[in-house]
Design a protein around this ligand. Structure first.
Ligand SMILES: Nc1ncnc2c1ncn2[C@@H]1O[C@H](COP(=O)(O)OP(=O)(O)O)[C@@H](O)[C@H]1O
Ligand SMILES: [Mg+2]
Length: 239
């Protein structure tokens, strides 16, 4: 069993990639749980509309509740499970994130993989949660990186999210609509400078844009080869 955290800045695609990587893993037969650990802006439930009797926020405020009530099974894919959140808490502190780590400890043995969707920017309060990961993935939105200094800007983004608590690190490029050769050179550069593996790149994809409006993981509607490749890399190197 492996716990994989999806981190990065706001709006880079963390929730979208969490949901679709989890769906792909489940489709290959890995029993997968996806946790919406963005306690500040929980919005995974707009990407996957499933009934959820209790939210992660209920658990954080009352850890006595039966974890069975937290977990929703996605009916269209066997092996796909979610713990969703809701905007409910007024104050979110390090203790709340430690509670989520505790939940992962409890559930860990029942799943082949747990995907944890992080709050944007890896706030200091979320560091206890970072230490419960086996692998931290950083999602980088290539639209937001200045093209002239692409290499250095990417290195700086990786350094920014590479914390003492990080055990193993990987990177995904989202909105990666650059020529293939340019992406290859970039990958080689990041690997040679930092030893950090780029798991893959996801181009702008209309079905991913529409996902929060439709409430169904985009990969269920059709093929998403870029996400499939990332899932294969995960299986090959980390799971
Ligand atoms: N590769 C992509 N192509 C098109 N739209 C995308 C892609 N990745 C993410 N999006 C869209 O970008 C927006 C932000 O994504 P989201 O996953 O909510 O980001 P985050 O969780 O990092 O804040 C959403 O509207 C989502 O549908
Ligand atoms: Mg999000």
């Amino acid at each position: 069993m492996r716990v994989v955290g999806i981190t990065g800045s706001g709006g880079v695609g963390k929730t979208t990639l969490s949901v679709n990587i989890a769906s792909c893993l489940a489709a290959t037969g890995v029993r997968t749980l996806t946790i919406d650990a963005d306690l500040y802006f929980p919005d995974m439930s707009s990407h996957v509309r499933v009934p959820s009797p209790r939210s992660i926020h209920d658990y954080v405020t009352n850890p006595e509740i039966d974890t069975e009530w937290l977990i929703s099974q996605y009916n269209k894919i066997k092996d796909l499970y979610f713990v969703l959140g809701e905007v409910k808490m007024k104050e979110i502190d390090a203790h709340a994130f430690s509670m989520v780590s505790g939940l992962i400890e409890v559930l860990k043995n029942y799943y082949g993989a747990i995907i944890v969707d992080f709050p944007s920017g890896v706030p200091i309060e979320s560091l206890p949660l970072l230490s419960s990961l086996d692998l931290q993935l950083i999602v980088i939105d290539l639209r937001k990186i200045p093209l002239v200094d692409l290499e250095i800007s990417i290195l700086n983004t990786v350094y920014k999210y590479w914390k003492d608590e990080t055990k193993k690190l990987g990177v995904i490029f989202n909105f990666a609509d650059l020529p293939e050769r340019r992406l290859e050179v970039l990958e080689e550069y990041i690997y040679s400078e930092l030893g950090v593996h780029i798991l893959g790149e996801v181009p702008y994809t209309h079905s991913l844009l529409m996902e929060p409006y439709l409430g169904i993981p985009a990969c269920l509607d059709g093929e998403l080869p870029s996400i499939e490749r990332i899932t294969q890399e995960l299986l090959k190197y980390y799971l």
